[in-house]
Design a protein around this ligand. Structure first.
Ligand code: TYC
Length: 117
């Protein structure tokens, strides 16, 4: 059976052979890190949140530029929902909470949900 050295953080050296300490046995290394599962943060349309506020949210919390934010806001307005961003679970949950707190402060009934990718 092949022996495995501890995984290397970088992908660049994975699957290359290199000698172990006795200099004779070729061993494989492979990364033990896996990418986390990703989740979509969905923005839902409503009749009361202003278009300007949605654009602000997309710029402030989801790193969209003015053009991207306007386009996505319009897509949500027209279709009912849209993907604001895709993140590992904890980050997706945090984004939703931060936006909900911010929207409540401005009395906007903006809704968001999380969906597995
Ligand atoms: N439909 C809202 C309006 O016309 C705008 C809006 C867009 C609201 C996207 C929420 O997620 C949303 N004022």
């Amino acid at each position: 059976m092949a022996k495995y050295l501890p995984a290397m953080a970088s992908g660049s050296d994975s699957k290359k052979s290199r000698p172990d300490r006795d200099g004779q046995t070729a061993v494989l290394t492979r990364p033990k890190v896996k990418r986390p599962p990703l989740y979509k943060v969905l923005l839902l349309n409503d009749d009361y949140t202003t278009q300007e506020f949605v654009v602000l949210i997309l710029r402030k919390f989801f790193q969209k530029n003015a053009e991207q934010a306007l386009e996505l806001m319009r897509a949500v307005h027209n279709t009912g929902k849209g993907v604001a961003g895709v993140y590992p679970y904890d980050i997706a949950v945090t984004k939703v909470k931060q936006v909900q707190i911010f929207a409540q402060q401005f009395e906007m009934p903006l809704r968001l949900t999380i969906e597995a990718e």
